[in-house]
Write a protein that binds this ligand. Sequence first.
Ligand SMILES: [Zn+2]
Length: 273
Amino acid sequence: MAQDAAANRLTARQVIERIQKHVGVPWRSQTVDTFKAGDPDTPVTGVATTMMATYDVLQRAAAAGDNLIITHEPTFYGHLDETADLAKENDAVLSAKQAFIAEHHLVVWRFHDHWHARTPDGIQTGMIRALGWEKFRNPSDDHLFVIPETTLDQLASSIKQRLGIRTLRVVGDPAMRVTKLALNPGYPGFPSERHMLQRDDVEVLVMGEGLEWETIEYGADAAAEGKHKALVILGHIPSEQAGMEDCARWLKGFVNEVPVEFIATAEPFWPAK
Ligand SMILES: [Zn+2]
């Protein structure tokens, strides 16, 4: 009897199979959307979606009774979650995280490529909602927006408040008057960020993170050359987080045997006084 009950319980693997069925885009053979830790056949007690499976998020998920963690970004400090080098170095941070996962029978699965590949992109949609920019959207490109005229300074403050960011950073003239924005969450890289800034219909690139000797230097040079360009740098986590909040809502549409919730990943930075 008890065995039958256990046999009927939804496993992590079954939740992922449902995601693959509902996501609406063909599942790729080359993808980072795979199990990163734990046994996929573990019966699920609760599902937590999150932006990044940090140690803090894992602790909060375990405390809430969630043992399947669906994370947008890596768990082990690199795009491919390769742990071999850290393990060879007997890295204490890695081993503490792995021990916590094992001790609490957690299963971690990454949901990155296909959540972005959906039409519309699940992350972009969540961020546009969180920013309140639906009405400013370019109907043919959900990366472009025209807002009522404001200053760079005011724009940055309103984004900071809206998304609750502690350490938002800005490159450019604070008094510059702006209406034309582009939104590039996450880390799309210098070519994609540069291509946005090259456009006549983009004055401000609102971005997740960029290398300081690539996009950031480029933005600083554009401003120093007197070009009407600026950067608003949200940080990677705040720039995509709302997309994983939407993901929890979406999952509830076809996972109802166990609780599904969003656990916000904390912004890692705090500003010095
Ligand atoms: Zn992303």
